[in-house]
Each structure stands twice: as C-alpha cells, then as structure tokens.
Ligand binder design. Structure first.
Ligand SMILES: Nc1ncnc2c1ncn2[C@@H]1O[C@H](COP(=O)(O)OP(=O)(O)OP(=O)(O)O)[C@@H](O)[C@H]1O
Ligand SMILES: [Mg+2]
Length: 237
C-alpha cells in the first residue's frame, strides 16, 4: 500500500535522509526506530508532503505522491500526527475534531459517525468535548491530535513519537489505542524512541541510523537483535 523508495532529504549541507526504502502493507503497523537525529521525522514529513524530498519516491496504492502538497496527501488517505502535537488551543475539543474532517465536510453523516467512534475510543475527549483544547493535559492533547487525524478517515496514519514526554500510564493508554486502530484495519507508520512499546504493537521495524536503514525485520527479530544498542549509537555525519 505505502511504498517509499530511495528517499533522500537534505537541509543545505546536511544529508538527513540518505536513500531509504520502506513499505507498509494494508493493515500493517511498521515502526521507525532510531536515535535522535537519525532522520525519522524528516522521513515522515516527506511522506506527509510537508517536506520536499531531494530524490526518491513515495507511492500510495501505486499512485506517485512524491511532490504532492500536504492537503493532497491527506485527500489521498495519509493522515499525519506530527511530533509537535499542535491542537487549536482556543477551539473546543469538538471543534478541533471538526477541523480534522475538513476534507469530507460534505459527508455529514460519515463525519458524525466518526466523531462518535472517536469519542468512544477516547472517553476522556468525550467528557471534555466542549472544553478549549488548550486546557487539556499533554496526554489528552496527544489523544486529540490522533483523533483529529482519524477524522479525515485515512488509510494510512503517520505517528511521530506519540509517547514523548507523557507519563507511563498515559503512554499505555495511547498504545492501547494504537492497537485498537490497527485492529480496525488501519495501516500505521509509527516513529518511536520507546523501543519496547513500539515493538509490542508493530508487525515490522526499521532502525534508522544517520539517515540510513541500519536494520529491518519483524518486530520479534529486531527485538531480539543483540546489536540493537549499537545500532542506536550516534556519530558524525
Ligand atoms: N529544518 C532543518 N534544518 C536543518 N537541519 C535539520 C532540519 N530539520 C532536521 N535537521 C537535521 O536533520 C537530521 C535528521 O533530523 P530528524 O528530525 O529527521 O531526526 P529524528 O530522527 O526525527 O530525531 P529525533 O529523534 O530527535 O526527533 C538531524 O541531524 C537534524 O539536525
Ligand atoms: Mg523526530
């Protein structure tokens, strides 16, 4: 379904991503692991259309999305939850969800159905539906940005470090929810630094190091790799 081929990203003289290839089949959850600066976010933002690739390609169901605009990427079925976890703070939780459904606003019945489904998946959001999003806790804001991304009814969900900075109990809830979304047939690309958690929900894993894929395999294979620590070591580029 999702096919990334020889993707490269440069920021001036910095080669952040140096020709990586990865794929995710329908319903598959792949995780992109790696140390700080490995190029995970750059890879995700390229798939999302928010960052221009220097070379390489991104395809969804065979369609080339390599230089598509972010809105086009969303319309084709790829939704993104960036590292920055931005909610619209002055809008209510409910209004934030409505904005997530922008591309399908003519489908009022479908949007209502998805809103109900998201409130069922995240009861904490339902309780706070009328509250300004800026008043939510960090964990609740993370839930909201995931729910908002789901309101575009994506085929593929890109998640950048959803557990970052959250208390362990909240992290458990977020991962339980990711597992629920996966069980519904959604294809997920999960960038994480929490290796154990990521591998617990992933089918397959890619370990990035200095802009390259240093290792890949099933979640079990990567979890059992004795050199996983070494793969994480940084270094000069
Ligand atoms: N806008 C930018 N301008 C210049 N260099 C950048 C920019 N964004 C990222 N980089 C560099 O590109 C490299 C890859 O960054 P990226 O954010 O993709 O890594 P990451 O794996 O997501 O790291 P982290 O785990 O810290 O989020 C880093 O060396 C970073 O300094
Ligand atoms: Mg990052």
């Amino acid at each position: 379904m999702l096919e990334v081929s020889e993707l490269a990203v440069r920021y001036g003289a910095i080669n952040a991503v140096r020709g990586i290839s990865l794929s995710a089949a329908k319903g598959e959850l792949i995780t992109l692991l790696g140390a700080n600066g490995a190029g995970k976010t750059s890879t995700l933002m390229c798939i999302a259309g928010a960052l221009k690739a220097t070379s390489g390609s991104v395809r969804l169901d065979g369609e080339d999305l390599t230089s598509a605009k972010p809105e086009t990427v969303v319309r084709r079925g790829i939704a993104t939850v960036p590292e920055t976890r931005d909610v619209f703070p002055d809008l209510t939780v409910d209004e934030n969800l409505t904005l997530g459904s922008y591309i399908r606003r003519s489908d009022a019945a479908g949007v209502a159905e998805d809103r109900a489904r998201m409130f069922e998946l995240f009861p904490r959001l339902a309780e706070r539906a009328a509250q300004p999003a800026g008043t939510l806790s960090g964990g609740e804001q993370q839930m909201l940005v995931i729910a908002r991304a789901m309101m575009s009814r994506p085929k593929v969900l890109l998640l950048d470090e959803p557990s970052l900075g959250l208390a362990p109990v909240i992290v458990d809830q977020i991962f339980a929810m990711i597992a629920t979304l996966k069980a519904s047939g959604l294809t997920i690309v999960l960038v994480e630094q929490n290796v154990a958690k990521a591998l617990s929900v992933a089918d397959r894993a890619y370990v990035m190091r200095l802009g390259r894929i240093a290792a890949s395999g099933t979640a079990d294979e990567i979890g059992a790799a004795t050199d996983l620590g070494a793969l994480y070591l940084g270094g000069e580029r």
